[in-house]
Design a protein. Structure first.
Length: 385
């Protein structure tokens, strides 16, 4: 059995390094290299939900207000924060008339907090295009102009901006590359293909969508119980036959999603189980579990061999290759995206902890039936992808 696992780890690592990474990077254009200024520059409404975001909201909002784009507004839904978020937003609104701060309300029955806040913001928006972005995302002044130009360059309904995942400290650097790896080391290239319809790319860092299409899809009312509403919006658009695209924007958009080990674990515990829906979700979970084993077993075999456990020399060579290939793939991805290189060697640790996060998320959803975030608790039985 050990021999089979190690051999499979080598094959999967080689496929990742030599097939998936090149394919995904080739299929995902870089926003800053994709073109210039759009001939038509429609009004854009930037819609931001904000609840307990005092550490990040000012920098994020100021970055939107600094956009080098001629016609836009920024709408922040102050979602009943318990910290200084409302005070900060009120001050910013007095400084710049392009910022509107809307008071949020507790979500009605059947709604989850974030989709409800985005629904309120979209209702108040006057733009032909809507940019949905989280309150911890910072934009380069050129980002909006380039995103609109890309959207206008073809019959595209929605563009998702992939950000730079900022990380500080040991645990953030070890764990956050999983998010990029799930796209560039998986089937991300299908998000930029018109078929299959069942795979699309969306994200809280930035979904730029045409308002008429957003409304035709039912807006966020159609996503009222969605935990992963940003991806769900893109998926709804693609399932309806619209063209959706994902672009690399690591040199234009950046976000530090969670802080420290506890922040990463709690943050992703909230939503990972909801990405595993239906038969496709079962298949995805089985694949994730298998790959986790393939990433963790080779280094354990090497450590066991060094500790004196009797392991055949051929299997030790397979273990070394099974460890080295995904690390090499991580190094290539880090160099391409401009990320730190050293976390690549912690790949098995990342895989093991993410396996724990996914299991913890499944336990919260299906056993405890609890969905808790930012001081609000919802019945997980009423929530979905």
């Amino acid at each position: 059995m050990l021999h089979v696992i190690l051999a499979a780890a080598v094959w999967v690592g080689a496929f990742l390094l030599f097939v998936l990474l090149p394919l995904n990077f080739a299929a995902t254009p870089r926003l800053s290299k994709s073109g210039g200024r759009a001939a038509r520059q429609p009004r854009v409404s930037v819609v931001i939900p904000a609840r307990d975001e005092e550490e990040t909201v000012e920098q994020a909002v100021r970055s939107h207000l600094a956009q080098a784009y001629p016609d836009f507004e920024v709408i922040v839904v102050e979602d009943r924060s318990r910290d200084r978020t409302g005070e900060i937003l009120s001050r910013l609104a007095k400084e710049d008339g392009r910022l509107t701060v809307l008071p949020g309300t507790d979500p009605p029955p059947g709604w989850i907090g974030k989709p409800h806040a985005l629904h309120l913001g979209a209702e108040a928006a006057g733009g032909e295009l809507l940019l949905f972005a989280d309150a911890d995302v910072v934009y380069d002044p050129r980002a909006l102009s380039e995103a609109v130009a890309y959207l206008e360059s073809g019959s595209i309904a929605l563009v998702c901006l992939l950000p730079r995942m900022e990380a500080k400290g040991f645990w953030e650097n070890v764990l956050m590359p999983y998010v990029e790896g799930a796209y560039f080391g998986g089937l991300g290239f299908l998000a930029n293909c018109d078929w299959p319809r069942w795979l699309a790319g969306g994200g809280g860092a930035g979904n730029l969508v045409r308002r008429e299409i957003y409304e035709a899809l039912g807006g966020h009312a159609a996503l009222r119980s969605s935990v992963i509403d940003d991806v769900h919006l893109a998926l709804n658009a693609k399932l309806a036959g619209y063209k959706t695209r994902v672009v690399r924007a690591e040199d234009r958009v950046r976000v530090r999603m969670y802080r420290g080990l506890a922040g990463v674990i709690n943050g992703f515990t909230k939503n990972m189980a909801y990405a595993l829906n239906g038969l496709l979700g079962v298949a995805l979970f089985a694949l994730t579990a298998a790959i986790t084993v393939l990433w963790v077993v080779p280094p354990l075999a090497l450590v066991a061999g060094l500790a004196g456990v009797s392991i055949e020399r051929g299997d030790l060579l397979l273990a070394a290759a099974g460890f080295a290939l995904p690390v090499a793939a991580r190094l290539v991805a880090a160099a391409t995206l401009g990320d730190a290189a050293w976390p690549s060697v912690t790949h098995p640790i990342m895989a093991a902890i993410w396996g724990f996060i996914i299991c913890r998320s499944l336990h919260q959803r299906f056993v405890r039936r609890r969905l808790v975030w930012r001081g609000r608790e919802f019945d997980a039985r009423g929530a979905g992808f």
